[in-house]
Ligand binder design. Structure first.
Ligand code: SAM
Length: 218
């Protein structure tokens, strides 16, 4: 994963409709990110579930990204008018997020079955961390923005909860409220990894956090 990526200097430098969302109005920008989208199951499920949002999967592996891209092209052809609000981008989302997305421009961030990086010395490579949570807070809309995490690794789930609860700009959404969010159902069943875990009879742990506004944070 050490190859270099092209990335914009600032979000305004990108024309998202040109390469990613040709069927959408000019000036449209992503509002929902599926970070580390893998084979794209959730990205594909969210696009029709959230028709007024613009869903972007982000993936670091070139071949996997290309697979998702072709999957979206095929789905667009097959079902005209649908999936024009879905796309995928190959990048290292741990490095360039604020280059791609403006402040308060996003409504939802998904972290589904992220790589656990078990060893303590590799914990800084985890995709949810104190430093990155500040970037996530920056790109998420205050009050409406939500961050979703799901994993089959209990220790990683506890890490997600601890890091997010400790961050001044995130607050956990109560389980009863999270449970009725259709996106929670989607992330529990639609990602390739969630299907694998279900087949193996494994446990899934999830948590949802809201991006609170500064006035609420005091
Ligand atoms: N979310 C998918 C699912 O639930 O089926 C895939 C989960 S897979 C275990 C983790 C994915 O994150 C892999 O496809 C990996 O290539 C990707 N990934 C890891 N680090 C990344 C990074 N820094 N930026 C973007 N994608 C990354």
């Amino acid at each position: 994963h050490n190859d270099s990526f092209d990335y914009p200097v600032k979000p305004l430098d990108i024309d998202w409709t040109e390469d990613h969302f040709p069927g959408l109005e000019k000036g449209s920008v992503p509002t929902v990110l599926d970070i580390g989208c893998g084979f794209g199951g959730l990205t594909m499920a969210l696009a029709p579930l959230l028709p007024s949002q613009i869903v972007l999967g982000m993936e670091i592996r070139a071949k996997v990204t290309e697979y998702v891209r072709l999957r979206i092209v095929a789905a667009r052809k097959e079902q005209e008018g649908r999936y024009k609000n879905a796309s995928v981008l190959r990048t290292n989302s741990m490095k360039f997020l604020p280059n791609f997305f403006g402040r308060s421009s996003l409504e939802k961030l998904f972290f589904c079955f992220p790589d656990p990086h078990f060893k303590r010395k590799n914990h800084p490579r985890r995709i949810v961390s104190e430093r990155l949570l500040s970037e996530y807070a920056y790109v998420l809309k205050p009050s409406v923005g939500r961050l979703y995490c799901i994993t089959d690794v209990k220790e990683l789930h506890e890490w997600h909860v601890e890091k997010c609860e400790r961050h001044p700009l995130f607050r956990r959404v109560e389980d009863e409220i999270a449970e009725i969010d259709p996106c929670v159902q989607a992330m529990k069943i639609e990602t390739e990894e969630s299907k694998k875990v279900a087949r193996a009879g494994g446990e899934k742990y999830y948590a949802v956090f809201e991006r609170i506004s500064i006035d609420q944070a005091t």
